[in-house]
Design a protein around this ligand. Structure first.
Ligand code: DC
Length: 229
């Protein structure tokens, strides 16, 4: 069976990371969460006073700091952890504070170019599952398997809200999360640079009414077809 590149794109909280991770584990591929990289850059901006109270990003300073921002992933027993300049920031990058500022950071072309270069370097040897917004269109346009995941904003907000509660966040309401999901959907799909767009050769997955097990089985089937041809 040949080693391939797998690109999984879709809106936030569409369940793509969960199934991408599971597939990578099952087939022994490396998994890269490209959204975590934009989140880590956002955390860096927040920690270095580059985000004003009204949410405006000090783009000039952030672009100048890009060479000092090193992002990597460390596999652990509890799954993969995102490292920002060697520090484990996996939990911090999932907070609503970061979620609320990540879209304006991810629209900055220089930030995108820097992240895409790192993502392409991760994929040089294939044998990789990467999820995001522009993986099948910009990062790996030649990927052998491209999946585009669709789910309604309400379903996705509910999933993320349950996730936050499970992590002990009892203050964020479902409406807060739904607002954040809708705002990000809008920014992600209307931005000039690499908007979320289905690649012409992607396979669609509508997972509103599918269980995680059903999605995993469906994805494994797509992988077997793509890797065997
Ligand atoms: O998948 P996520 O919600 O963790 O992504 C966080 C943000 O990063 C999201 O608002 C869109 C952006 N993103 C992007 O622009 N391109 C990617 N390849 C992945 C994520």
């Amino acid at each position: 069976m040949k080693k391939i590149t797998i690109a999984i794109d879709g809106f936030s909280s569409s369940g793509k990371s969960t199934m991408a991770k599971q597939l990578a584990r099952t087939i022994g591929y490396r998994y890269i969460d490209s959204g975590a990289m934009y989140r880590a850059v956002t955390l860096y901006a927040l920690e270095n006073s580059m985000v004003a109270a009204d949410g405006t990003i000090d783009e000039k300073s952030l672009i100048a700091a890009l060479p000092d921002i090193h992002i990597d992933f460390a596999p652990t027993e509890n799954g993969q952890r995102t490292l920002l300049n060697g520090r484990d920031v996996e939990d911090e990058i999932r907070t609503l504070r970061v979620s609320n500022s990540v879209s304006p950071v991810a629209v900055i072309p220089e930030v995108r170019h820097a992240m895409v270069a790192i993502q392409q370097a991760f994929g040089v040897e294939k044998g990789i599952v990467m999820d995001g917004r522009d993986i099948g269109t910009t990062v790996f346009p030649d990927a052998e398997l491209k999946i585009y995941v669709n789910a309604s904003a309400e379903t996705r907000a509910k999933r993320r809200w349950i996730e936050l509660r499970e992590k002990g966040d009892n203050t964020t309401t479902y409406e807060d999360v739904l607002d954040n999901v809708r705002t990000r959907d809008h920014i992600d799909s209307t931005r000039k640079e690499s908007p979320l767009r289905r690649a012409d050769d992607a396979i669609d997955l509508d997972n509103d009414n599918m269980s995680i097990e059903q999605q995993n089985a469906w994805l494994l089937e797509q992988f077997n077809k793509a890797a065997n041809c």
